[in-house]
Design a protein around this ligand. Sequence first.
Ligand code: GDP
Length: 424
Amino acid sequence: MVKAVVGANWGDEGKGKITDMLGKEADIIVRFQGGANAGHTIVNNYGKFALHTLPSGVFYDHTTSVIGNGVALHVPTLIKEIQGLVDQGVPKPKIKVSDRAQMVMSYHILFDQYEEERLAGKSFGSTKSGIAPFYSDKYAKIGFQVSELFDEVSLKEKAERICETKNVILEHLYHKPALKPEDIFRELMEYKEMIAPYVCDVSAYLWDAIKEGKEILLEGQLGSLKDPDHGIYPMVTSSSTLAAYGAIGAGIPPYEIKKIITVCKAYSSAVGAGAFVSEIFGEEADELRKRGGDGGEYGATTGRPRRMGWFDCVASKYGCRIQGTTDVAFTVLDVLGYLDEIPVCVGYEIDGEVTTEFPTTALLEKAKPVIEKLPGWKCDIRGIKKYEDLPENCRKYVEFVEEKIGFPITMVSNGPGRDDIIYR
Ligand code: GDP
């Protein structure tokens, strides 16, 4: 069976932990989109890890980790991550990289930096990992596919062509040094050497695995609201964050995705610019940021402090709907134990009218949160294994959210570890 683990919101919902946990039952775990711009934080018996390219299942020796064709593959990051695991005592993971995945080149990273510099205060909050220039090139049909690494003659010719167009922009828009075809070619040859042992016809491999009844997990990055079509455009990422894209970015039939587990965090956080209706500021935000996640709400890749807010029923209901949710995993609930009262955003007021439907970006910018307060439970819920054993106010909070978003919360996560989970 194929299951997808995806985010309902702006990312950082705790997908890594849920994938790592479900990975116990999985044979194959697949990354199907995104690049090394976001990351998952995973805590397990080997230690604490920040993964950017590898799927969260790499810690099990019974799983195969797959980088699908939809991923923006930065080869040096992948190789470094594999080495980092081995250095920390994790058994050498089994990895397959799609021959149709395209590669992030060092010039994509440069273009990302130059564009952020040029936009200055008007930037989109890029992590400068080259992801937007990479996907632009992919769709402009000037990207490099892993399969192309094995044809040196065409590669040389393509490197020349790419320099012609890129150098016009470098010279006239950014006023930066030109690219040289021989440098691009050399970089590609380095990538070839590094990646060759892992290259695989992933869609054929997954097709056979499905036929054999294997358990496959698709692991999404970021969340619904960062999707380029359905998110808060233009403050979005450059590849689809939706479970539906799992079919494309892994190369499997869409009807094979039987379970869509959407991860929702018990409060909100976001990185980068863009409207964030339930956002809080000052001491209230600092307190939640400090207590949040596992060791505070700071970016896994960048270390940037995340923007904080209360749980947003409007955004989460939409985020779950657009994912096609079958199950909600409600995470980081333990963090809210310090609050006397827990504010929840239950509606958006836009031009004097209250709505519970998530609007398009221009209207979203005008939305003001309608807040309802629920009583807190004022204790530590970590270690609790049964739903009935949670404090009454805590259960009421879960059930209130479930009713507002309209999708079943089947898992409640009450700590960062693999076993900190309550099934309902
Ligand atoms: P992802 O990108 O969606 O995987 O999100 P992050 O890597 O930002 O994960 C969120 C953080 O919360 C990580 O540091 C996790 O270890 C941590 N985490 C996940 N679930 C829980 C939970 O239920 N409680 C607590 N306290 N931390 C959690």
